[in-house]
Design a protein around this ligand. Structure first.
Ligand code: DX5
Ligand code: ZN
Length: 225
């Protein structure tokens, strides 16, 4: 059993006071800063890009967990990797598997010295990770349709988490499992924790609270129940 890791999503932070907000979660026991990159194409929303990630890296000691919700990740990966992220998630839906893009994306991330993660939208089957599981450092299971914070957790996501854990076990590996969307001091957090989630993304449940340290502690406690 590893203690639950909380990754607050800065999508819900105050963009005009980002340095302050990130300092709060760093002091408050966050394990990662979850950075939601959206391009207005792969998902309906547009958030932040390379210049922002580059600056963010300079103002925090926390590892950056960069969640790329973008089309054409192969083309854009080098720019994001130059920012020095600790972990990068690319979406399976954005990659062309027949031409080997899954391997290419994972290898590019590793060559830059970062940890590689494959992210799955709610409708993507868990088994898509199977051929790559041994080289993945993390699998991100989306529990909402990506695009916005503050959405409701999709019931049953915990089953997909359990399935990914099963696939990893069968291969004799144990990548981190991250769940993103609708988590907080609530039953979804308990359900995905029981299924094997290690990293809990929290946007509104963290930055929507005045006391971010208390929010992080509350979610971690809920996950450990
Ligand atoms: C959704 C993003 C999430 C989001 C989480 O597309 O990937 O990281 O910010 O927000 P909450 O925790 O409020 O659901
Ligand atoms: Zn995210």
């Amino acid at each position: 059993f590893t203690s639950p890791k909380i990754a607050p999503s800065i999508l819900s932070a105050d963009f005009m006071n980002m340095e302050r907000d990130v300092a709060e979660i760093e002091a408050g026991g966050a394990s990662f800063v979850h950075v939601d990159v959206m391009d207005g194409h792969f998902v309906p929303n547009l958030t932040l890009g390379v210049p922002f990630v580059k600056q963010l890296e300079k103002v925090t000691n926390l590892p950056l967990d960069v969640h790329l919700m973008i089309s054409n990740p192969i083309q854009q990966l080098p720019w994001f990797l130059e920012c020095g992220p600790d972990m990068v998630s690319v979406h399976a839906e954005a990659l062309d598997e027949p031409t080997g893009e899954f391997d290419r994306a994972i290898d590019m991330i590793h060559e830059a010295g970062a940890k590689a993660c494959l992210a799955l939208k709610p409708d993507m089957r868990a088994s898509v990770v199977e051929p790559y599981i041994a080289k993945l450092d993390m699998v991100l299971v989306m529990s909402v349709y990506p695009g916005f914070s503050g959405q409701k957790f999709i019931e049953g996501t915990e089953k997909k988490v359990a399935r990914v854990v099963e696939i990893a076990r069968a291969a004799g590996v144990a990548p981190l499992i991250e769940v993103d969307g609708g988590l907080g001091v609530n039953d979804p957090t308990r359900a995905v924790a029981a299924a094997g989630c290690d990293v809990f993304v929290a946007g509104s449940a963290c930055f929507g609270q005045a006391d971010r340290a208390a929010a992080i502690a509350g979610i971690a406690r809920t996950a450990a129940e």
